[in-house]
Design a binder for this molecule. Structure first.
Ligand SMILES: [Zn+2]
Length: 290
């Protein structure tokens, strides 16, 4: 049985190389269950979720990491997010009928892929990921090679039930490890999507690196969790004027906003809007009032 909703780091004793393995099941299925996406989107979103989980293993501080692809083609947006608590969420937007099969980079041709890191304290960082090769994994490998100068190999796979990822990377700020890298990356290159999806971490590592000493760290759990809140939704509403908001309530009865990630519905009436624009606006507290 493969490892589910877990992220596991691996260190190799004799080389300055690290690895991360991730397997998503419940979290992936829960993210999909909020929507009715076609199979192609389910698979691409699974790869996005596995990718953002792998990348979150490199976060050194509290915050969130967002991977977002967008284009003016049929596929408009693919987005996955993971924070330091390993809460995952993901969303897609598209127009019309998508082909049954297509490569990530073909669907996003002319578009953009961006990694955003939002620390809880401090400045946000944004990096543009080149749309190189065919798959998301190719793009991320190119990103690490060019932007971070870190030789990296990434495998991503998803099949609507399960999403999985594997990362192999030279340790940052270490000495000359080119020979090690060549050896390890050749071994890792044989990993197939099917093996990644079906095998547990120990078996994958044994198949790829059975002659190498490696140390598996304790696995971290990942879960689907949306951190939307009434407070944040209220803050977003304040981009409109009080008069505009009150007019909508008079016309519609209330302002109804559902979270695009988890479908949670937030409703605002005239009293909520008054509170939103009062000096000590604390919309969280208004749950009790109404
Ligand atoms: Zn939500």
């Amino acid at each position: 049985m493969s490892s589910s909703d877990q992220l596991q780091r691996v260190m190799f004793e004799q080389a300055d190389i690290r690895s991360v393995l991730v397997g998503l099941e419940q979290s992936y299925q829960q993210a999909l269950s909020k929507h009715h996406y076609p199979r192609l989107i389910n698979i691409l979103l699974g790869e996005m979720m596995a990718a953002v989980s792998l990348l979150s293993a490199t976060l050194k501080f509290d915050g969130r990491l967002i991977l977002q692809a967008q284009s003016d083609n049929q596929l408009k947006v693919l987005m996955a997010e993971c924070n330091h608590q390993r809460d995952l969420r993901a969303i897609a937007r598209f127009d019309g009928e998508l082909p049954e099969q297509a490569e990530f980079c073909d669907l996003l041709e002319g578009g953009q892929l961006v990694i955003t890191i939002v620390p809880e304290q401090g400045k946000r960082y944004q990096g543009v990921v080149p749309l190189e090769g065919k798959r998301l994994s190719n793009c991320l490998e190119a990103y690490f090679a060019f932007s971070e100068q870190l030789p990296t190999q990434i495998h991503l796979a998803a099949d609507e039930q399960r999403a999985a990822g594997f990362l192999l990377q030279v340790m940052p700020a270490k000495g000359d490890s080119a020979t090690d890298w060549e050896h390890f990356s050749c071994l890792a290159a044989t990993l197939s999507d099917d093996e990644l999806l079906k095998l547990d971490n120990e078996t994958i590592l044994h198949r790829l690196f059975h002659e190498e000493d490696c140390r598996l760290f304790e696995a971290d759990s990942l879960q689907f969790k949306c951190d939307c809140s009434r407070k944040r939704t209220g803050e977003a509403l304040r981009y409109m004027t009080r008069e505009e908001l009150e007019q909508i309530v008079r016309d519609e009865g209330s302002i109804d906003i559902s979270c695009q990630f988890c479908n949670e519905l937030y409703q605002f009436d005239l009293a909520d809007i008054a509170l939103l624009f009062s000096d000590s606006a604390n919309i969280e507290g208004s749950d009790q009032l109404h």
